[in-house]
Design a protein around this ligand. Structure first.
Ligand SMILES: [Fe+2]
Ligand SMILES: [Fe+2]
Length: 205
């Protein structure tokens, strides 16, 4: 299967996923799927969080409601693939990635909304890149499912970036400057050694 990282995502991420992560993922399929299912659930919950926090923002709220439903459909799909493969659902400890990115978000508005949207864009972009990188190495049915997720995650990335520019009343130059800072945080989490394997973990040790 020939799968490529979508051009907008490849152009956005300066630090590609290390080959060692892809190799480790193929050796840890149950953990990959389990954490992936958790990520879809968290993506839905993140979208709902925007709805709860900013219900008066009509365009944002409508989009996030649709996004939450789409992420829940992804969750259902991963769960049914897990069931077909005989993988039990288990609770996993939180990954370093999401926690550290969340820590990097400012706590006060308007910085908080901007940071949460930019972090959403980074997570969607990285997820998309990882689906593309790992899909050709997976058993065919799973690989096809992952390849099929690329376009939606690339679209989610675009929505988050667009909202960062339109919803925060911040100059575009300031948005881009903050994005560069958060990109550095994200890239370190991907490139630095990580003792735990997860969908968004760093360099396997
Ligand atoms: Fe998703
Ligand atoms: Fe997504």
């Amino acid at each position: 299967m020939d799968v490529k990282v979508p051009a907008n995502i490849a152009a956005f991420l300066d630090t590609p996923t290390p080959d060692a992560w892809v190799a480790t993922a193929c050796e840890h399929l149950p953990e990959l799927l389990l954490d992936h299912a958790n990520c879809e659930l968290k993506a839905a919950s993140t979208a709902l969080g925007f709805l709860y926090r900013y219900p008066e923002r009509t365009v944002l709220a409508q989009r996030m409601s649709r996004l939450a439903r789409e992420e829940l459909r992804h969750f259902e799909h991963v769960r049914s693939i897990m069931q077909d493969m005989g993988i039990e659902f288990e609770r996993l400890t939180a990954s370093r990635y999401a926690g550290k990115l969340r820590d990097a978000a400012r706590k006060d508005e308007p910085g908080k909304l901007l940071d949460l949207l930019l972090i959403g864009a980074l997570i969607e972009a990285r997820s998309c890149e990882r689906f593309a990188r790992v899909a050709p190495q997976l058993p065919e049915k799973l690989g096809r499912f992952y390849a099929g997720l690329l376009s939606s995650e690339a679209r989610h990335f675009e929505h988050y970036i667009a909202f960062a520019k339109s919803e925060c009343a911040v100059d575009e130059s300031e948005v881009m400057a903050r994005l560069e800072e958060l990109k550095v945080v994200e890239a370190a989490l991907i490139a630095e050694p990580d003792t735990q394997f997860r969908f968004h973990s760093g360099l396997p040790t």
